[in-house]
Design a protein around this ligand. Structure first.
Ligand SMILES: Cc1cc2nc3c(=O)[nH]c(=O)nc-3n(C[C@H](O)[C@H](O)[C@H](O)COP(=O)(O)OP(=O)(O)OC[C@H]3O[C@@H](n4cnc5c(N)ncnc54)[C@H](O)[C@@H]3O)c2cc1C
Length: 627
């Protein structure tokens, strides 16, 4: 076996991940842990200051309810998410986050985040729920608060440690194992409770950007399905694994469109100039009641644009020049004021990209695009798994104890596995949490996990013989490479192993061509999915032949195994749900309509660690009482 030192760390609470949910969990858990003399340990595969989806910064906080100013209620947010997810949401979880999220945003401001305010000192809204921010350093600010809280409570942070798998004792999670991405060290974290907050997944599907632009995607490449793998491998029930997210973004550099649609009120049109949201309005009848209520769900908005593409009316464009012109119109009688306003709008347009997707600014510059003069191409991205945004995939977690629902079996946000909690992208069916809601949910999970430890925490039993087996499995790709790499003149071509990049291409090809990726125009069917499952049998067999040249490759190997599990859960659940509920995210051509009678329910799944079999489960949707 590769020579890796084993480092054992004992803690009370382990937090896997270092993004928004993990930082929220750390900040809150540290407070309660200090009171009870407990230790909190956070492990991130990257560096906390710039890890996760917010690494580059953001230009808006997407969830702010505004309860203190009477703008909205938590119930309003529940209705909004129900509508956007075509009726499929865990309303107890959405409600719990919505009633806590404002206090999280107020903390962000206290910690130094600049939230835009108007002349009256009120927050500037981008849309009903969104606040504008100067967000280039958003992640740094939130990470600093988590670091301070942990330091104050005697907690620890491990950076650049890739968590590979859960540590189990029967149906109880007792920590995690992983390896350093810099040194030859294998880590064993023993914990009385574990919170998984390792984000969603990208590059499960083949991206639009191949060849020279390979790797570019809307979703950050560092989140590779570790949350899903961790919870599935632990035997946790999963939910909404079919609910992938496809954003419409500026084409090829994935620049954000929120400010254009919400703040600038720009129109999206086909190459012929027709506004698909208006021209294809009648199609929305087919998706009633959700198609007929406002706001129109994101997937249906995507779908109307996709129908234009199918009809040969592509490419699609964002009418940036028209939008800027409309806003500046009010100033046209005063040339000086007009010029000033145009300058201001132009800089806001560029700043939106510089805050969070700098490459889009590069692309605009390279293509001579001046947004005030010329429209810009938009397109549907490849599918992503991001339960905190407009997707919903994640673990099935226990709901808040004070809300009357059947979804309660343990401490709030605990999975169906003892001692294992999930938050942010890792917890499912509670879409539209975004950065602020993920942090709030992390805080909820952090507090709940500490309470679990106080009430249940016994001394840990960890079978070190099992740990040794896990270590051998995790390091196997290094051994396989070492054993065979000299047998061929070109070490990347070898009948005894497959390198991580080759494996990823194979996974992406299956997902793209059979499960409704970009090149299949997001369409799939029962037979295509069945074939994908057949191909997955071979893919899984060959995953045991993954080889690693060094520790970087080892990380790539395990990232791909995590992606593969996410892909399999997706395929199985799209297959299970015999309807099309989210056209615009995926379309099952053999069941092209929504079936409220049979499929107004959660489609859950569970991989059984004892048998290796998958179970598919329908779960009832219970609306929040009175909402
Ligand atoms: C392109 C984009 C734009 C967005 N725009 C907005 C916006 O404008 N406003 C808004 O409010 N929200 C926005 N969001 C949503 C927001 O970023 C997410 O909701 C939020 O980051 C989710 O938090 P999380 O903690 O679940 O995941 P993340 O914040 O992504 O954190 C995941 C963490 O897990 C770590 N990790 C991953 N795998 C492992 C592993 N194996 N071992 C250890 N650590 C691991 C990562 O390093 C990272 O620290 C956007 C998201 C994206 C992708």
């Amino acid at each position: 076996m590769a020579n890796f030192e084993t480092v054992e760390v004992s803690t009370d609470l382990l937090i896997v991940g270092g993004g928004f949910a993990a930082c929220g969990a750390a900040t809150e858990a540290a407070y309660w842990a200090k009171k009870h003399g407990l230790k909190v340990t956070l492990v991130d595969k990257a560096a906390l200051d710039r890890s996760g989806a917010v690494a580059m910064g953001l230009s808006a906080i997407n969830q702010y309810v505004g309860i203190r100013d009477g703008e909205n209620t938590a119930e309003d947010y529940v209705r909004y998410v129900r509508q956007d997810l075509m009726g499929i949401s865990r309303e107890d979880l959405v409600y719990n986050i919505a009633r806590h999220v404002d206090s999280t945003v107020h903390l962000f401001e206290k910690w130094g985040l600049k939230i835009w305010t108007d002349e009256q000192g009120k927050y500037v809204h981008e849309g009903r729920w969104q606040l504008m921010i100067n967000g280039e350093s958003y992640k740094v600010i939130i990470a600093e608060a988590a670091k301070n809280a942990l330091a104050d409570a005697g907690g620890e942070i491990y950076e650049r440690v890739f968590i590979t798998a859960p540590l189990m004792e029967g149906n109880k999670c007792v920590g995690a194992v992983g390896f350093s991405t810099r040194e030859n060290k294998f880590y064993v974290f023993k914990a009385k409770a574990t919170i998984v907050a390792a984000g969603g997944a990208v590059h499960v599907f083949r991206p639009r950007s191949v060849g020279e632009g390979f790797g570019r995607s809307w979703y950050p490449p560092f989140n590779t399905g570790s949350s899903a793998y961790f919870t599935m491998k632990a035997g946790a029930e999963m939910t909404c694994q079919e609910v992938r997210f496809i954003p419409i973004r500026f084409k090829d550099a994935y620049g954000p469109v929120g400010a254009w649609f919400l703040l600038f009120k720009a129109r999206a049109v086909s190459a012929e100039g027709g506004e698909y949201m208006a021209v294809r309005k009648d199609e929305l009848q087919n998706w009633a009641p959700y198609g007929l209520a406002k706001p129109i769900p994101a997937n249906l908005r995507n779908y109307l644009g996709m129908l234009d593409i199918d009809a040969g009316l592509g490419p699609l464009y964002m009418e940036t020049a028209e939008a800027i012109g409309n806003i500046a119109k009010d100033y046209q009688d005063d040339p000086k004021a007009f010029k000033k306003k145009m300058k201001e709008l132009e800089s806001e347009a560029w700043e939106d990209f510089l805050d969070m997707t700098i490459s889009q600014a590069h692309l605009w510059a390279a293509q001579n695009i001046k947004p005030e003069e010329k429209h810009s191409e938009i397109a549907a991205c490849e599918p992503y798994f991001i339960g905190s945004h407009s997707g919903a995939s994640g673990a099935w977690v226990s709901g808040p104890e004070d809300v009357e629902t059947p979804y309660k079996w343990g401490h709030t946000n605990m999975c169906t596995v003892e001692g294992l909690f999930a938050a942010g992208d890792a917890s499912g069916a509670s879409s539209h949490k975004f950065s602020s809601g993920s942090h709030a949910e992390g805080r909820i999970a952090g507090k709940s996990a500490i309470r679990y430890i106080v009430e249940n925490g016994q001394d840990l039993k960890v079978d070190m013989a099992e740990v040794d087996k896990l270590k051998a499995t995790i390091l196997a790709p290094l051994d396989l490479y070492e054993a065979h790499c000299k047998e061929t003149t070109a070490p990347e071509i070898n009948p005894n192993y497959i390198l991580p990049m080759q494996f990823m291409f194979r996974l992406q090809k299956i997902m793209d061509e059979y499960a409704g990726g970009v090149t299949s125009a997001f369409k799939t069917s029962k037979s295509l999915l069945k074939r994908a499952m057949e191909l997955f049998v071979f893919l899984k067999e060959d995953s045991e032949k993954l080889a690693a040249r060094d520790v970087y490759d080892l990380e790539r190997c395990w990232e791909n195994i995590h992606r593969m599990w996410q892909g399999e859960a997706h395929i199985r659940t799209v297959f299970f749900r015999e309807e099309t509920r989210w056209p615009g995210y995926y379309f099952r051509s053999d069941t092209p309509r929504m079936d409220e009678e049979n499929w107004h329910c959660f489609a859950n799944c569970r991989w059984d660690p004892a048998t290796g079999e998958w179970e598919m489960i329908k779960r009832e949707i219970v609306a929040l009482p009175g909402v």
